[in-house]
Design a protein around this ligand. Structure first.
Ligand code: NAP
Length: 334
């Protein structure tokens, strides 16, 4: 599963350093990851890269210096990178995924979530690469959970609509592709605002101020490392069995409102939670959200695919670098 290539390395010898040519192992399975600078894409890149895949990540505004800078709206650039790299698998994570931004910039969101996804699927079909398109539980209206892959979608907001149109564009252009629907994500973040889960941490930590927390929408917070492992397992299964394609669901299995997540975060860090106030009414501001879009994951489970990190362990690992009380951090982690 590996090829050998020459690579220039710096060797340090007393008093100087020199450039030497060394043989390096290059895994023969190639994967291209879009959105590799984003919350999920970073985890997907790490997962493949650490498991004997030759992974190339693409980003856009944050691409440099680690990843390839590709605007997915530029179809020539997309064609060129796919033809140059010849990936066996493409994991398409890039999207506009903030519902309120999609509502305020619908044309730009549709270009990325729908048109660029369809184009990527066509390019993948052209070289016989297996495309995994990442979609969302927001394609469902949340009135009749849990949802199987065969249940009829009915998105309530424009974000869900563009992601569903993206699914259709992918499968119309590439009947051998896969769609992987997932719910709200958390994991290692560069900024707390990167995830709808981690963004609550400051409200939890600063317990001198009371904070209203949604206690209406039922969520299934899912660790990006688990989704990344599912993507790799799915890709590897498909390399053995070409009938692995179509729509799949993956999700954590702990049902929580945002209020319950915030309390669990406080508990994980031994912080007070009495300043957190559960709000049980349906939110009136922002894009409409499904009440409970729980995903039934049995199709992937039957294939022997899956990984679930318990929420408390996963959220503690993700949030501890943002803990303000350093004394606590030193006691627990050092
Ligand atoms: N986050 C969630 O809770 C959640 C829940 C369900 C489903 N999903 C789905 O999961 C996927 C990943 O979400 P995420 O949270 O990781 O998103 P994210 O952190 O917002 O990352 C978005 C990615 O898209 C890239 N991108 C934006 N415009 C681009 C363009 N014109 N050309 C190329 N790349 C572009 C960004 O690159 P730069 O930053 O470098 O510009 C970034 O890497 C999405 O498909 C989303 O719909 C997410």
């Amino acid at each position: 599963m590996v090829g050998r290539e020459k690579e220039l390395k710096i060797r340090f010898v007393p008093g100087r350093c020199e450039l030497v040519e060394e043989d390096v192992d290059i895994p023969s399975r190639r994967v291209l990851i879009t959105g590799a600078t984003g919350l999920l894409g970073r985890a997907v890149f790490k997962e493949f890269n650490g498991n004997n895949w030759n992974a190339v990540g693409c980003g856009y505004r944050r691409a440099q210096p680690r990843f390839e800078q590709i605007n997915l709206l530029d179809s020539i650039a997309v064609h060129d990178i796919i033809h140059d790299f010849q990936p066996h698998v493409i994991v398409h994570c890039a999207a506009e995924r903030r519902p309120d931004v999609v509502e305020s910039q619908p044309d730009a969101a549709s270009q990325l979530n729908v048109a660029a996804s369809g184009n990527l699927a066509k390019e993948a079909a052209g070289i016989g690469a297996f495309l995994i398109y990442i979609s969302t539980d927001y394609v469902f209206d949340g009135t009749n959970p849990p949802y199987k892959e065969t249940d009829a979608p009915n998105p309530l907001n424009l974000y869900g609509k563009t992601k569903l149109e993206g699914e259709k564009a992918v499968l119309e252009n590439n009947e051998d592709a896969a769609v992987l629907r997932i719910p709200v994500l958390y994991g290692e973040v560069e900024r707390l605002e990167e995830s709808a889960v981690t963004v609550m941490f400051d409200k939890v930590q600063f317990s001198n101020k009371s904070a209203n927390m949604d206690h209406w929408q039922q969520r299934f917070p899912t660790n990006v490392k688990d989704v990344a492992a599912v993507c790799r397992q799915l890709a590897e299964k498909r390399m053995l069995d070409p009938s692995v394609k179509g729509t799949f669901h993956w999700s954590g299995n702990e049902q929580m409102t945002k209020y319950e997540m915030a309390c669990a975060i406080a508990d994980a860090f031994n912080l007070p939670s009495s300043h957190l106030r559960p709000i049980t009414d349906c939110p009136v501001v922002g894009a409409l959200r499904p009440r409970n879009a729980q995903l039934d994951c049995s199709k992937l489970e039957m294939l022997g695919i899956g990984q679930r990190t318990p929420f408390r362990a996963g959220i503690k690992e993700s949030l501890w670098p943002f803990l303000v009380d350093k004394r606590w951090r030193q006691t627990v982690f050092h």
